[in-house]
Design a protein around this ligand. Sequence first.
Ligand code: UFG
Length: 342
Amino acid sequence: MRSKIIVTGGCGYIGSHTVIELIENDFEVVILDDLSNSTEKTLERINKITGVTPEFIKLDLKNSLETNKVFNEHKYASGVIHFAAHKAVGESVEQPLKYYKNNLYSLLNTLEAQSVNGINNFIFSSSATVYGTPDILPITEKNKTQRPFSPYGNTKKVAEEILDDFTKSNKAFSAISLRYFNPIGAHESGKIGELPNGIPNNLMPYITQTAAGIREKLMVYGNDYPTKDGTPIRDYIHVVDLAKAHVIAVKRLLKKEQETTLEFFNLGTGVGYSVLDVINTFETVTNSKLNYEITKRRDGDVPQLYASTDLAKNKLDWSANKKLDDMISSSWAWEQNLRNKT
Ligand code: UFG
């Protein structure tokens, strides 16, 4: 019998790419999503790629009664991948309670519903933001976590602390927290990708929307950082590589291969690129000029962040395959498809 995996936030950017990889690895998928930052159309797009439409339940995980009911109806599921969360850094600074309420209630209700219904495997969608401003690079999982700059980031750190307490108290429960660096790119079919609501906060969608003529100009936030060209360095990772890591992590839990009941893994490529590297590569890949201007620094940006990938490689036998060119050309293909359709 196929194992069933509940994917919260499965209509979102990373969630939808992971659902495809799960289906392609013969898992049955149930998506729970409140569609607050995604669309039900994703289900059709997943079908076009895989030939399967996953079961979908519109659910606000803040509602504990409803959450318990849904998990009870799916109590034979083997595990949960929990993507559902608000993720806009700037908005979280303006509306911290919205972020703490949504991201933490959703987590607590999911864990409680899992525990009541005996669904004991959990993958958490975490972020490199839990490392704050790291003193040592590349960042290993042994680097100390620090209070992140934003309330959004802090919900990820607090969530990991909750998982630590919960896995200690409930010995039957196993969890893996995956700390993403900077996910970009889109599925090679061009049928799914990132769909930011309103003005994008992140670099890649801002670049593609500028090139598509939806935004006038990209503002580059500072060129006076202590880096090779003065712009901040990040570890960009293709979303499909990231999605594949989730499937491997699920299999690790199902085969009971984890070494401790809560494990942490960085998901990055280990290679850092500056903002200007990304712009230059975009211009080369698309053979076009991007309209951009250097402006002042953005609050909370750290100069450099890139992963040590050794632990994921050694324990999960996973490493990212796709290069920056692939990430950028797939983001651009998705942006163009999106605009042609609407
Ligand atoms: N940048 C610009 N102009 C823009 C957008 C971004 O110059 O319009 C720059 C930023 O200053 C930064 C780089 O591009 O140097 C990357 O910025 P992103 O917003 O794309 O990504 P961040 O590294 O700031 O944020 C990412 C995730 C967050 C997470 C954070 C933690 O999007 O969810 O990493 O490190 F919290």
